[in-house]
Design a protein around this ligand. Structure first.
Ligand SMILES: Cc1cc2nc3c(=O)[nH]c(=O)nc-3n(C[C@H](O)[C@H](O)[C@H](O)COP(=O)(O)OP(=O)(O)OC[C@H]3O[C@@H](n4cnc5c(N)ncnc54)[C@H](O)[C@@H]3O)c2cc1C
Length: 380
């Protein structure tokens, strides 16, 4: 029941991108930057992007010693270096596209906390990872920071020492996504939110993208048409690729009240990146603990659970902010995409359909890089 006007002005596009997270919006921007005459539509099921891109911690990171040494057990050094460079270059593309001021990018460095309870000798990994990274970064990226624990006021009974990475940065996720959306509009991309894609069908002439019409009811489906389609639905991609190496992973996050004289500045993680925290406007944003309830956190459902929330509060009060008075002002969750393979999937499903997903919790870094690869595939 579309009107003549809707048929002629709203339905047909050169490209349709499904999902308005960082990967989807960056793909739409990249397409318009390279081919300004193309008509591009982004379809987003939520009112905001509703996955990970507006829920994350805003680390502009490319790996830490714990994670990298663990990854090296499954990946070759060559593949791991390439992945780390992709993350670094992806951040460069994001910063160039939006500008450091717009995303409040700050290079305050990143720290890995080594706990007394850690059984793995992370310090021993520094040398291996530095020699792997040095040919590209031209410097020893990681070094032990013995005074960090004291400087930041962490509980020395729990934190043994720290590893510093001077190249790591942080950004304001809200500003990043809102300026990316603004830039997308500025380029002339149409973004429709509240548009859940139910099905994508390829014909010999085009691709049909069926969207639920929220207002007219369940049975009313709008059938958008495009020459080509990019699917950027990350953790929610099984709907389109049931056999993909992909499982969702929920990340729960808390954010404290403002804390006077907060000394903590930078990005911090421990337990191979399963826990992460940072300063943001005199508050501490802290997330993670997925590893303590792995099965229940392997879900697409946005929710908070007592076990994870209690664990986060324990570390905040006992280790990160001992003797500081604060309350928890915000709690939320977001959904990431993981797989056995730790590199993202960039898929050419057919001549007309491509997909980019499975960012393994590092899509802020990788989103713009994957968008470039998807655009390469779309513009051939
Ligand atoms: C708590 C948390 C902390 C994180 N911290 C960091 C960090 O510090 N640094 C970092 O690099 N990465 C971090 N990440 C990971 C990063 O946020 C993600 O990798 C990245 O946002 C993925 O972007 P995306 O666009 O692929 O996916 P998403 O942001 O999930 O976007 C996918 C979009 O597709 C939409 N969609 C899904 N299905 C449909 C459909 N059928 N029809 C229409 N639309 C649909 C969703 O609503 C969603 O908006 C974190 C993630 C979480 C959850």
């Amino acid at each position: 029941m579309l009107s003549y006007w809707e048929h002629t002005s709203f339905i047909h596009y050169d490209f349709i991108v499904v999902g308005s997270g960082i990967a989807g919006l960056s793909t739409a921007c990249c397409l318009k930057e390279r081919k300004p005459s193309a008509s591009v539509l982004v379809l987003e099921r939520g009112i905001f992007p509703t996955g990970a891109s507006t829920k994350n911690a805003g680390f502009a990171c490319f790996g830490n010693v714990g994670e990298i040494t663990d990854d090296l057990r499954h990946l070759t050094e060559e593949k791991l270096l390439k992945l780390s460079i992709d993350r670094w270059e992806g951040l460069g593309l994001l910063r160039k596209r939006l500008g450091d001021k717009m995303i409040d990018f700050q290079q305050n460095g990143g720290y890995e906390l080594i706990l007394h309870t850690d059984t793995y000798d992370y310090l021993a990994g520094i040398k291996q990872v530095n020699s792997l990274f040095k040919p590209y970064f031209k410097t020893d990226v990681f070094a032990e920071d013995k005074q960090g624990c004291e400087r930041f006021g962490f509980n020395k009974n729990l934190v043994k020492t720290m590893i510093f990475n001077s190249l790591e940065g942080q950004l304001d996720t809200g500003k990043m996504m809102s300026s990316l959306l603004q830039y997308t509009h500025h380029l002339g991309v149409k973004v429709i939110s509240g548009a859940e894609v139910l099905e994508i069908n390829e014909t010999s002439q085009s691709v049909e993208v069926m969207v639920k019409n929220q207002v007219l009811g369940e049975k009313e489906v709008i059938n958008f048409k495009a020459e080509k389609v990019a699917i950027c639905t990350n953790a929610f991609s099984k709907r389109f690729f049931p056999d993909a190496d992909l499982e969702p992973g929920r990340g729960q996050v808390v954010c404290t009240s403002e804390i006077p004289n907060l000394k903590i500045k930078g990005t911090f993680n421990f337990t191979e990146g399963y826990y992460y925290f940072r300063n943001i406007n005199n508050r501490i944003l802290f997330g993670g603990a997925r590893n303590i309830d792995y099965d229940r956190e392997t879900t697409e459902e946005f929710a908070l659970t007592e076990i994870i929330q209690q664990q986060l509060e324990y570390y905040l009060r006992e280790m990160i902010l001992p003797e500081k008075k604060f309350t928890i002002d915000y709690r939320w969750s977001g959904i990431m995409a993981f797989g056995k393979e730790i590199t993202p999937e960039v898929k050419k499903a057919s001549d007309r359909i491509v997909a980019g997903f499975r960012f393994n919790g590092m899509g802020v870094a990788l989103g713009s890089k994957v968008a470039e690869r998807l655009t390469d595939l779309l513009l051939v």
